[in-house]
Design a protein around this ligand. Structure first.
Ligand SMILES: Cc1ncc(COP(=O)(O)O)c(C=O)c1O
Length: 368
């Protein structure tokens, strides 16, 4: 089976974890600090704050932006649920805006009609590993005085105009979940150039305590800390980031080349100025293909080729959000994409021969 995802874990990660285990400091300590400093430098930002996962990093970011009971926060329905839930956790209202077809990210043309006096922030998502249309959205945010949280959970190493993901908002968040490009099992990072946002995030992560004064609770907080065991994995993974990202991009480009003449497939594209890191290589299967997306998925799986649908149902059609008043037809692009998208393996274990096999099988089905 060619898996859709597989973490690149080697002896380096094993040794680094063993070293932490032997050190006696297995909670948050010097390794976490090292990972934070390494990650901040990589992104080119002032602060990186490590979290237990991407969801807790987003929650802290939403809170640090000052979202409170009754505030409205704009985001997309075509994402993982963890983008939207932190808004609800802070008592805010989730206001969805549909995505654009060319990058699967928030459609700048549809934002302003959703802005009200209560709107506090926008959470665009760098879906599949491509940074959203920042310039247009930043302009809207500035006009209306809104904060931006860049959900870069899928986009470590992505760039726009030569600038790394993590710089496209007042605050940005990353995930190191097992299937992500940089994987530590569970893990997350919040990055920002804003001293106050970083300070708030550190306090919220640590039961409302300032790291310098223990058992002095300044405000409400959680235990959202990363352990040094996880951070040790993160440090070693980041040393491999260049290889991981370049291999994914190579596989994506080879797949696109091999599939370019297949009718009925719309292939993913890096928009001008973007470096897409292909957390997912996601194509669209449309009518001219002659088979449905689900038929293609079953065919590939029966040929031992892993693939997946991210996401089969947009958030607004789930009971959790339907209860907030959303219904079918509200976000037609997201609804259509959820029926057409299929992600193929481009992880660093995928060889050029694997890519040829995947493409050959797709071509074979297209001719049936
Ligand atoms: C777009 C997006 N946002 C948020 C998350 C949440 O990250 P985590 O699973 O690390 O909590 C993920 C990953 O799962 C994601 O893909």
């Amino acid at each position: 089976m060619i898996p859709i995802s597989k973490p690149l874990i080697g002896q380096e990660e094993i040794d680094a974890v063993v070293e932490v285990l032997k050190s006696g400091m297995i909670a948050q300590g010097p390794k976490t600090k090292e990972f934070e400093e390494m990650f901040a430098k990589f992104c080119g930002v002032k602060h990186a704050v490590a979290f237990s996962n991407g969801t807790t990093a987003i929650h802290s970011g939403v809170r640090a932006l000052g979202v409170k009971q009754g505030d409205e926060v704009i985001t997309v329905p075509f994402t993982f649920v963890a983008t939207a839930n932190p808004i609800v956790m802070e008592g805010g209202k989730v206001v969805f805006v549909d995505i654009a077809e060319d990058d699967f990210c928030i459609d700048p043309a549809k934002i302003e009609e959703k802005i009200s006096k209560k709107t506090k922030a926008i959470i665009p998502v760098d879906l599949y590993g491509q940074i959203y249309k920042y310039d247009k959205i930043k302009k809207i945010a500035d006009t209306h005085g809104l904060g931006i949280l860049e959900d870069a959970c899928q986009a470590v190493g992505a760039e726009q105009g030569g600038i790394k993901a993590g710089n496209f908002g007042d605050v940005a968040t990353f995930s190191f979940y097992a299937t992500k490009n940089i994987a530590t099992g569970e893990g997350g990072m919040l990055v920002t150039n804003d001293d106050e946002i970083a300070r708030k995030a550190r306090i919220f992560r640590h039961h409302g305590q300032d790291a310098s004064v223990r058992y002095e609770y300044l405000e409400l907080g959680h235990n959202y800390r990363m352990t040094d065991i996880v951070a040790a994995l993160g440090v070693e993974q980041m040393k491999k980031e260049d290889y991981i990202t370049k291999t994914r991009i190579r596989n994506a480009e080879l797949l696109s080349e091999a599939l370019s003449n297949v009718k009925g497939l719309i292939l993913p594209k890096a928009l001008k100025g973007n470096r897409h890191v292909y957390h997912q290589y996601t194509l669209r299967v449309v009518d001219e293909f002659g088979h449905t997306r689900d038929e293609l998925m079953e065919f590939l799986k029966s040929n031992d080729i892993g693939c997946g649908v991210y996401y089969p149902k947009p958030l607004h059609l789930h009971e959790h959000f339907r209860k907030m008043g959303y219904k079918e037809g509200d976000f037609p692009v997201s609804e259509r994409m959820s029926k057409q998208v299929l992600s193929l393996p481009v992880n660093p274990f995928v060889t050029e021969d694997d890519v040829s096999l995947i493409a050959d099988k797709i071509v074979e089905l297209s001719k049936k």
